[in-house]
Design a protein. Structure first.
Length: 268
């Protein structure tokens, strides 16, 4: 039995176990479930594996495993945490990195202060995928489907409590091919959005970076929010700032990341 070193990171309350190794095979789905268990493991929404890149354009590769052991294509909060981790390795305060992900090589700009950072990331292009209509507790809800490399279904002005979101999020995700992250958004003027996200493979979380991005894309496309201006997205775990380019639907996201603690765990 060996020992694996890890670091616990969080971005707006979306928390991760970060493990660095030469190969992503150090953690499989079963192991990820054990590590993320909040009673019998370290506790997290997911595992971030930081490994050498296969692209010369990137400094490192990020692989994301959800709390249920499934693999996620992309994670905006996780990417900010990885960027902070790389900056800490380099003892850098202001730096830029390119990180390889399952959706391509993404650029990060880091402003670091010790174990915390403000990180701006280029998430790539939002891709509209049509509308999905679902019934829940006698009411009809319309979702805008947006891909940020991973799937999202965004509903506006769905006044549901947390228990209802837990049930409805699971229902909507299960009805869509391959599953989906599900966003419940409320507009407060044109440039502020309150958002709760039910994440595929995790459940309701304190924050979701790609979910916030998809929501602003959907809001801009429907005329609820402006293009080319920063929109504040208020999540239970904190605030993210999103800008969507009208010409390309390319999204930039800015938000915090923090290293919480480090430790070692038996590798079984």
């Amino acid at each position: 039995m060996g020992i694996v070193s890890f670091a616990k990171y969080e971005g707006t309350g979306n928390d991760f176990v970060l493990i660095e190794d030469d190969s992503p095979s150090v953690v499989d789905g079963s192991r990820a479930r054990q590590l993320c268990d909040r009673h019998f493991g370290i506790g997290a929404d997911g595992v971030l594996l930081v490994t050498p890149p296969s692209s010369d354009a990137a400094r490192a590769r990020m692989t994301i495993l959800n709390a249920d052991g499934s693999r996620a294509e992309m994670c905006g909060n996780g990417l900010r945490c990885v960027a902070l981790h790389l900056a800490r390795q380099d003892s850098a305060s202001d730096c830029q990195y390119c990180v390889q992900t399952d959706v391509g090589v993404l650029a990060c700009e880091v402003e670091r202060d010790g174990d915390t950072a403000n990180v701006k990331i280029r998430l790539g292009q939002g891709q509209p995928g049509g509308e999905y209509v679902s019934q829940f507790d006698g009411s009809e809800y319309r979702f805008s489907r947006i891909s940020m490399g991973n799937p999202h279904a965004v509903a506006f002005d769905a006044a549901l409590d947390e228990a209802a979101i837990d049930r409805f999020g699971l229902q909507v995700s299960g009805a869509l091919p391959g599953g989906s992250n599900v966003e419940f958004a409320a507009m407060h003027g044109a440039r502020t959005i309150d958002l709760v996200v039910w994440e595929r493979g995790v459940g309701r979380t304190l924050a979701c970076g790609t979910g916030a991005a998809a929501t602003v894309v959907a809001a801009a496309l429907s005329g609820r929010a402006p293009f080319d201006q920063s929109v504040q997205v208020r999540l239970p775990g904190g605030v993210l700032h999103i800008t969507v380019a009208q010409a390309s639907l390319v999204v930039h996201l800015r938000g915090p990341a923090r290293r919480v603690f480090t430790g070692e765990v038996a590798d079984w």
